[in-house]
Design a protein around this ligand. Structure first.
Ligand code: DSN
Length: 417
């Protein structure tokens, strides 16, 4: 690996990083929230912007020497505004959870009720799961997907909204694989006078790439991470209508955060520029095609796709009919070089540490240039491994085949091995 200074100064860290690079190069990354950033984004992350303190916002900082950092943060803001066609953007949240927390702190009072999706039905921890801090401050009530259709039941959401009179309604998910009717959520919110917040962390790149509808025209606030389908650095971002701009900005800083991580914001600016390129539309479209191809192969082998099907970048598979737990499947696949994550399924009778399902997605492999034929092959490998999870010889054999495949889709060649 061509990190010569690191190699000299810290051989232990270098060695771990070198093996992590090889793991990424040789394996198949199917965790739907992961991706491979460009070398330009990596360079921005490792740039001198990391040295700077810049509490405040462009043009209004509490430290001197921010003239170039101001330029960079403004670039990130302007590019995000253009990408999502949104009135106001704050690019300082350190990641998705802090972004969501900042919105709650900005727009809610302790004790206010928030209506969000249940975690096991595809929601997110930060949407009010009892183990989280926001759940201690606000009163979260949770809607679920329909037991029969697997879809969000908008009449159920409406009924809950009328019953609980939430101050805010949340939409946006980390395991739900269907389209979302943003306008319907807005209509329901208007009926009960609720604010609307969409968490598009998983699908931001699909929205930026015109492959999915955007909540921006309807919702008060839209939060996202920048590192999933959007293919930027790890980080968060809040977008909102101008009327909420001041409250959101104050909530991020000084409300919850101190100095923004400007190397990260530099990398966001670079990634947003990449997402504004017309080629990003092709990328988003290919993610969708790849997920459908993987779905078709898995369905052919009798895998149960939760929510009926996928309309986005991910698949949640309930393994109950395969008599294999999510944890066993994850570990067997990992041994063969296929990385995905165990996941709860709707109304899961098992525990989060050994749930009934696995979750997988195609954003990272699509970045590598893989298309439908590769997805079909990967689906076959997944089926073979899950059909015989204790067969370590099979895992070794498939691992070798995967290394052969990934060598045809090089990753970070300029970094060496
Ligand atoms: N942890 C992320 C995911 O994997 O979906 C969501 O924050």
């Amino acid at each position: 690996m061509h990190y010569t200074n690191l190699k000299t100064s810290d051989s232990d860290t270098y060695s771990s990083l070198e093996r992590e690079l090889a793991r990424q190069q040789d394996g198949l990354e199917l965790i739907p929230s992961e991706n491979y950033v460009s070398l330009a984004v990596l360079e921005a992350l490792g740039s001198v912007a990391t040295n700077k303190y810049s509490e405040g916002y462009p043009g209004r900082r509490y430290y001197g020497g921010n003239e170039y950092i101001d330029e960079i943060e403004q670039l990130a803001i302007d590019r995000a505004k253009k990408l999502f066609d949104v009135e106001h953007v704050n690019v300082q949240p350190l990641s998705g959870a802090p972004a969501n927390m900042a919105v709650y702190a900005a727009l809610l009072k302790p004790g206010d009720t928030v209506l969000g999706m249940d975690l096991a039905h595809g929601g997110h921890l930060t949407h009010g799961h009892p183990v989280t801090f926001p759940a201690k401050v606000f009163n979260f009530v949770r809607y679920k997907t329909d037991r029969v259709s697997g879809l969000i039941d908008y009449e159920h959401v409406r009924a809950m909204a009328h019953e609980h009179k939430p101050k805010m309604i949340l939409a946006g998910y980390s395991a739900y694989s269907r389209l979302i009717d943003w306008k319907m959520f807005k209509d329901i919110a208007d009926e009960v006078g609720a604010l609307t917040m969409a968490d598009i962390a998983h699908i931001a790149g699909l929205i930026a790439g015109d492959a999915m509808d955007s909540p921006v025209p309807y919702f008060d606030v839209v939060t996202t991470t920048t590192h999933k389908t959007l293919r930027g650095p790890r980080g968060g971002m809040i977008m909102c209508k101008e009327q909420h701009a001041q409250a959101i900005d104050k909530s991020v800083f000084p409300g919850l955060q101190g100095g923004p991580h400007e190397n990260n914001i530099t990398a966001k600016a670079v990634a947003f520029n990449e997402a504004l390129d017309p080629s990003f539309v092709d990328y988003a479209e290919q993610i969708m095609k790849n997920t459908k191809a993987l779905e078709a192969t898995l369905k052919k082998h009798g895998f149960h796709v939760c929510f009926g099907q996928t309309d986005n970048h991910l698949l949640l598979i309930d393994l109950t009919n395969k008599n294999v737990s999510g944890k066993t499947a994850q570990e067997a696949l990992d041994a063969a070089g296929i990385t995905l994550n165990m996941n709860m399924v709707p109304d899961d009778p098992r525990s989060p540490l050994d749930p009934s399902g696995i979750r997988m997605g195609t954003p990272a492999l699509t970045t590598r240039g893989m298309k439908e034929p590769e997805m079909e092959q990967i689906g076959e490998w997944i089926n073979n491994i899950i059909s015989d999870t204790s067969n370590t010889d099979l895992q070794k054999q498939i691992k070798a085949e995967i290394k052969e495949l990934t060598s045809q889709f090089p990753l970070y060649e300029n970094l060496g091995r």
